[in-house]
Ligand binder design. Structure first.
Ligand SMILES: [Zn+2]
Length: 318
């Protein structure tokens, strides 16, 4: 199993509370998307259930019967609530519904009766609809002995205040540069893409997860090559590239690569007036993802127009 990096303060707080037998029954882990909050929740759950935990490093042993079942995904005292995939509609449900929350709370209520300890994880808690959130609140108000609720969300304000106030709140930060680099390497990212990806990811490995796909990585390297000298790059090739990849590579990555490619040009601009022309063009590229939302079927021409605008702005500047 890969080492989980970052979020040291959360693991310390949890470990100390567990060791001191004063663990709060509900923890709320929040922070931006893609930084490993759900993995952190799993790590805490495994630690909580482990039969011989390493309290110094605040880690589950990984060897005991409980750990073996946990990693096999068959631990009888672990349950998880998340948005369900509708195989008929071929997409995820819009929200987490009350039936899911109720069922999970029934499971958690058997802690102390059927088993000594039980854990319920709620991933993407900000996707609970009102009824589901109200049902969860009931579980927070009447915890059973040995029950632990681990709630994960990124949009904290979408959770009712009544839920927030009953939880041990833990802010999770984006990873620092060293951890980010290490996580990407662990995940097997194309070495040549690591520096660029570390910048683009802004501390969130999840943001750049699509680059782990070998074909995507290769495509993005080609995109990067076209951007190194944007003024002289072949617009025909760029159009071809966009037509081919715009549907499977996240738009913000494509646009952000354009932005980072011309950033140094912008910094070197000698006068405010000249740099502001480039800056305005950059803003157009940055606003592209919004355009995509509105015109999902023809995104590539929109970005291409912005890139052309940016190229001419760069020419004016030079
Ligand atoms: Zn163990």
């Amino acid at each position: 199993m890969n080492k989980i990096l970052g979020h040291e303060h959360v693991r310390t707080a949890f470990g100390l509370a567990l060791q001191g037998e004063r663990l709060h029954h509900a923890w709320l882990l929040y922070g931006v998307k893609g930084i490993g909050k759900a993995s952190l929740a799993e790590q805490l759950a495994a630690l909580f259930l482990c039969e011989s935990p390493d309290m110094q490093n605040r880690q589950a042993c990984g060897q005991c019967h409980s750990c073996a079942m946990f990693h096999a995904g068959s631990h009888p005292d672990v349950s998880k609530v998340e948005r369900l995939y509708d195989s008929k509609k071929k997409k995820f449900n819009r929200d987490i519904n009350i039936a899911q929350t109720r069922e999970a709370l029934d499971f958690l209520a058997l802690s102390g009766l059927k088993s000594k300890r039980r854990v319920l994880m709620v991933d993407g808690a900000d996707l609970m609809n009102n009824q589901a959130a109200n049902a969860l609140l009931k579980g927070l108000e009447e915890p059973t002995e040995g029950s632990l609720l681990l709630i994960v969300c990124h949009d904290l304000m979408r959770l009712p205040a009544t839920i927030r106030s009953r939880c041990m709140m833990q802010a999770c930060s984006p990873l620092n540069k060293a951890d980010m680099t290490q996580v990407l390497a662990q995940q097997g990212l194309d070495e040549q893409l690591v520096p660029l990806t570390t910048d683009l990811g802004q501390g969130s490995p999840g943001r750049v997860a699509s680059l782990l796909d070998g074909q995507h990585a290769q495509a993005l390297r080609a995109w990067q090559d076209m951007l190194t000298d944007l003024q002289h790059s072949d617009i025909g090739l760029m159009r071809k590239w966009l037509d081919k990849h715009v549907k499977d590579i996240p738009h913000d990555l494509i646009a952000n690569m354009v932005l980072s490619a011309v950033q140094s040009d912008l910094q070197e601009a000698q006068s405010w007036q000249k740099s502001s022309t480039v800056y305005d063009a950059l803003v157009s590229v940055a606003s592209w993802p919004k355009e995509v939302v509105r015109h999902t079927l023809r995104p590539a021409p929109a970005l291409l127009a912005y890139i052309l605008q940016l190229r001419s702005a760069l020419k004016i500047r030079v």
